[in-house]
Design a protein around this ligand. Structure first.
Ligand SMILES: [Zn+2]
Length: 240
C-alpha cells in the first residue's frame, strides 16, 4: 500500500519558504502522487517512471506540509493512473480521501520519461488535460485558470535553465489529475526527463515551492475574456 509521508513538515532548513507561507492567510496543501514508481526487471520498454519518486521527494522536501503517495504495484499489473472498476487500491483511496475531503489544495502527479523517447525534446513538460475532460461544473469553471497556472509553472522551469513546455493534449484517462479536477481540486501531470542534468537538481527542486509562493493556485482568478480588461489585483497576481 502507499504511504502518506509528510516530508515538508520535517524540513526545517528552508526558513525562507516557511516565513513566506506564514505571512499568507493559509498554507497551500500539496499532494505529490507517483503512480508508476514500481520498476520490474523483466518487463521490456518503459515499465516504470524511474526518476519520478526521486523528484517527488525532492519537491516535497521543500514544500512545507506537503505529502507524497506512491503506488506499490507495477504499471503492467495495474496502471494506477487509469480508471478501474471495483474497489480502489490503498493508493487511490488515499488520493480520493484527501481530494474529496478537501484536505489538499493541489495535486501534482509526477512522472518521468526516458531520454530515448525522441518525441519529447523537453527536460520537463506539464501535460494538461484537454477541455472535454472537465465534466463537473467546478472543473469547467476553473479549467482555464488551472491551465494558466501550468504556464506559470513552466516559466519557472525555464528560469531554472530547463527546456520546458505545457502540452495541452493530455488524455482524459490520466485519471489522477482528471478525477481531482472534477472534484474541484487543482491538479497537474508533470513529466520529468530521466536524463535531467544533475547540476540542475538543486534549482529544479525548488520550482514547485517557488510556483506555490508566486501564486495561490486554489484562488487564482481566471484570465479575462479577450478584449476585456482584468481587475487590477488579479492582473498583478498573475504577472508575478
Ligand atoms: Zn508515468
Amino acid at each position: 500500500m502507499g504511504n502518506v509521508v509528510s516530508l515538508g513538515d520535517a524540513n526545517t532548513a528552508d526558513q525562507k519558504a516557511r516565513t513566506h507561507r506564514n505571512a499568507s492567510d493559509r498554507r497551500i496543501r500539496v499532494l505529490f502522487t507517483v503512480p508508476h514508481a514500481v520498476c520490474v526487471r523483466s518487463a521490456e520498454g518503459h515499465s516504470c517512471d524511474s526518476a519520478a519518486e526521486f523528484w517527488a521527494k525532492r519537491f516535497a522536501q521543500v514544500v512545507p506540509g506537503s505529502m507524497i503517495l506512491t503506488a506499490d504495484v507495477p504499471r503492467a499489473q495495474r496502471d494506477e493512473n487509469r480508471p478501474h472498476e471495483g474497489p480502489p487500491t490503498a493508493f487511490r483511496r488515499g488520493i480520493d480521501d484527501l481530494v474529496r475531503g478537501k484536505r489538499i489544495d493541489v495535486v501534482l502527479d509526477v512522472h518521468s520519461f526516458p531520454a530515448e523517447q525522441a518525441t519529447h525534446r523537453n527536460d520537463v513538460y506539464v501535460l494538461e488535460p484537454i477541455p472535454r475532460c472537465h465534466r463537473s461544473a467546478a472543473a469547467k469553471a476553473k479549467a482555464s485558470a488551472w491551465n494558466h497556472s501550468a504556464h506559470g509553472f513552466v516559466r519557472l522551469l525555464r528560469r531554472a535553465g530547463l527546456v520546458a513546455a505545457v502540452f495541452p493534449n493530455g488524455a482524459c484517462v490520466n485519471d489522477i489529475v482528471v478525477s481531482a479536477r472534477n472534484a474541484g481540486v487543482q491538479a497537474h501531470l508533470i513529466e520529468m526527463s530521466e536524463s535531467l542534468p544533475r547540476e540542475r537538481t538543486e534549482l529544479v527542486s525548488l520550482v514547485p515551492r517557488d510556483w506555490l509562493l508566486s501564486e495561490s493556485p486554489s484562488e487564482i482568478v481566471p484570465p479575462p475574456p479577450r478584449g476585456a480588461s482584468a481587475p487590477r489585483g488579479a492582473d498583478e497576481r498573475r504577472r508575478r
